[in-house]
Design a protein around this ligand. Sequence first.
Ligand SMILES: NC(=O)c1ccc[n+]([C@@H]2O[C@H](COP(=O)([O-])OP(=O)(O)OC[C@H]3O[C@@H](n4cnc5c(N)ncnc54)[C@H](O)[C@@H]3O)[C@@H](O)[C@H]2O)c1
Ligand SMILES: N[C@@H](CCC=O)C(=O)O
Length: 541
Amino acid sequence: MGKGFFNVPAPVNEPVKSYAPGTPEREATLAAYKEMFNNKIDVPLYINGEEIRTGNTVTMTPPHDHQHVVGTYHNADKNHIDTAISGALEARTKWANLPWEQRAAIFLKAADLIAGPYRAKINAATMIAQSKTVHQAEIDAACELIDFLRFNVKYMSDIYKEQPASNPGVWNRVEHRPLEGFIYAITPFNFTAIAANLPASAVMMGNVCVWKPSDSQIYSAKVIVDIFKEAGVPDGVINVVYGDPVMITDTVLASPDFAGIHFTGSTHVFKDIWKKIGNNIHNYKTYPKIVGETGGKDFIIAHPSAKPQQVATAISRGAFEFQGQKCSAASRVYLPKSTAAETLALVKKDVESFKMGSPEDLSNFITAVIHEGSFDKLASYIDQAKKDTDAEIFVGGGYDKSKGYFIEPTVIVTTDPQYTTMHTELFGPVVTVYIYEDNNWADTLKLVDSTSEYALTGAVFSQCRYALDEATKALENCAGNFYINDKPTGAVVGQQPFGGARASGTNDKAGSILNLLRWVSPRLIKETLVSPEDYRYPFLG
Ligand SMILES: NC(=O)c1ccc[n+]([C@@H]2O[C@H](COP(=O)([O-])OP(=O)(O)OC[C@H]3O[C@@H](n4cnc5c(N)ncnc54)[C@H](O)[C@@H]3O)[C@@H](O)[C@H]2O)c1
Ligand SMILES: N[C@@H](CCC=O)C(=O)O
């Protein structure tokens, strides 16, 4: 602590820029896109402030143009991971002892760098690496990331301010120490903001970190590294490694100083990691904190009173923005028989109006899915639906990977509420609809609750308040983020803290005080001002 109790700037959500024709942000981002797309970069490991080039390189290609190389990155071997761990531990003493307001200033500066000089670059990198449209890049790589950083600084100061009461003669105080050891951050491909936030939130609280980004996001992760460096994150505080995820994870989890994991990705990977941590539990100096946000099978259920146009818009945006590659994306829908035909016709009209192609053409609403593995998986589910008698492709169903990994937005209608795509996370632009009898509303709510192992997001549409109340109660445990008359995507930091339970994660709500509390270990200090000198109670005298 410096010589004062400091108030941090009150955070306000970063306004989303329009990118309309003629706006400076449109020109800047397109210029950055062109420049970056046509010049290759070479991304090293960042260990203890050093750039390490192992020579074991992998090429990076945009999903929408997979033969076009935009750069290479260097894979680590086990020795690099050991060095990253020791680098983090060496950096820990100074970083953990830096006054919190100095750490806050670094991340506030990072937010301002993204809002200003790096905005076009981080958005363009996200368009290239993850094939996001400019709007999807803006709400993620610029706005959500800026919000994570600014709001987390506020939550950090709220945590430090929270202090216990003290009786006369005593002064109780709490220190929120960083964890003893280092944090391991493993991040997914789909949000540049999540990739930055998982290491940053732990580090902001005084921890040091080994960060392993997704192979498919390294290109935009490089911009995050540049921003953190320019903002003043010291050497060794965040060490960035890529390579075989199993080797990296096994090496990290074998360290006695492993103190916590901040994971976002698929459910099966997180469960495996949890098991490995359990198997190693006798080796650790402290019980590791395990924080993981994982998969979803997010629903929309419409009551017979819902307005078809509103439900259709929620499906079109909630299922297909960013090709359905949001953990929150609507992927199973329950429509009442009385309005299903009207709703589906409106969705079809929307889908048929979507333009698909490169994100560089800003009129495209749909771009490519992340990689060939995802493309092939999605194509196989679509092909199976074409064969199955209890499913029908209502719209879409085409795919083409000749230039990029393009999957047409696809709506499957099934007569079986347990059909495979009603409960399996596909993570792509495929949504499955089940039509229920209007008088089966209560049973359909039970179906929504019991069909999937996940509990991430969900939405109910109704104009009837009793139905909304019934759904809110019946679906209490099947979504960590529950939306009424809105699509189930698009959570905003500070407004809709995000996370789910059941197989969707530990629900530690990214971008909230609850998440930051996982990265500290409180120490209570009781100081007695004048110590007693007689063991007897007053009434024993
Ligand atoms: N709940 C949320 O907040 C949230 C947010 C974003 C994404 N997600 C989920 O993430 C998934 C999509 O992201 P993805 O495709 O990058 O996920 P993924 O599980 O394939 O990869 C996530 C990270 O884990 C690493 N990894 C993969 N296999 C590993 C292993 N065996 N051991 C250790 N690490 C391993 C990857 O390299 C990557 O860094 C979806 O399931 C989605 O629902 C959840
Ligand atoms: N925060 C995002 C989801 C993040 C996961 O992919 C949303 O609410 O749509």
